[in-house]
Design a protein around this ligand. Structure first.
Ligand code: SAM
Length: 237
């Protein structure tokens, strides 16, 4: 049994906001485990499911930051789940994070990095300074198997058109690696497409959230063949 299964009763339309972030996080932590007791920023934590998993399963201290979901709402969840000792909820914009430099051992961002990081130098300017030396960014986000911008099938545009054209945020792993670039300040220690793609999307469809039903309809039309979940682990040197 996967650790994520312990949280199954929370995989519903009240908490899920896309492909199941707990499944994606579990795979990332299997591949790159965090040290117990360290300080972690959960960036774009949504309704806090990934923060819960980090606190309970990785036993780390979490700052749970999100823009669309308020700190007050997430604090209610953390109290209910009895993890408020280990998670500090924060309402913040990733473009202007209210933390000291070199504060975090790790910054985890599951299904949210693509909303903020397509702008040039975002990683180097906004994320890297917050990490301690040897700290890591652990990122998993929906993307493309390969770049098809300019040559995309109509069904992909139709799928995302209703969602303020989120298509511009979808990119391949190669695109992300090139976009983040190379520097003597960090190294990409892992990059891969996640194996939990199917189970994560399937949990989302099962939630019957209205956006999930929309996504499911387009998966039935074949969009899944173009998509991946991009995984990156980047260490500050
Ligand atoms: C699809 S939701 C995923 C939430 C959560 N990680 C999960 O998977 O359940 C994307 C999240 O990115 C967050 N987000 C988008 N832009 C942001 C920004 N500029 N700063 C912080 N968070 C942001 C939103 O608030 C939202 O909760």
């Amino acid at each position: 049994m996967k650790k994520a299964d312990k949280y199954k009763e929370l995989f519903n339309k009240e908490y899920l906001m896309g492909p199941n972030s707990v499944r994606l996080l579990e795979e990332m932590l299997e591949k790159y485990p965090l040290e117990r007791g360290t300080r972690v920023l959960d960036l774009g934590c949504g309704k806090g499911l990934t923060s819960l998993f980090l606190a309970k399963e990785a036993d780390v201290n979490v700052f749970a930051a999100d823009l669309w979901i308020s700190a007050t709402e997430n604090n209610i969840h953390f109290n209910e789940w009895q993890v408020s000792e280990k998670i500090i909820p924060i309402h913040a914009d990733a473009n202007d994070l209210p933390f000291a430099e070199e504060y975090f051992d790790a910054i985890v961002s599951i299904d949210s990095f693509h909303y903020v990081a397509t702008q040039p130098y975002f990683f180097e300017q906004k994320i890297l300074p917050l990490l301690k030396t040897s700290g890591v960014a652990i990122i998993a986000m929906p993307g493309l198997k390969k770049e098809i911008h300019g040559n995309e099938p109509e069904v992909i545009l139709e799928w995302l058109d209703g969602e303020e054209s989120e298509y511009d945020l979808f990119h391949s792993r190669e695109w992300w690696l090139n976009h983040i670039g190379q520097s003597d300040k960090f190294e990409v220690v892992m990059n891969f497409d996640l194996e939990s793609f199917d189970v994560a999307w399937n949990d989302w469809f099962l939630s019957k959230h209205e956006f999930a039903l929309h996504d499911e309809k387009f998966f039935a039309k074949g969009i899944g063949q173009y998509l991946s979940i991009v995984g990156l682990v980047i260490r500050k040197v």
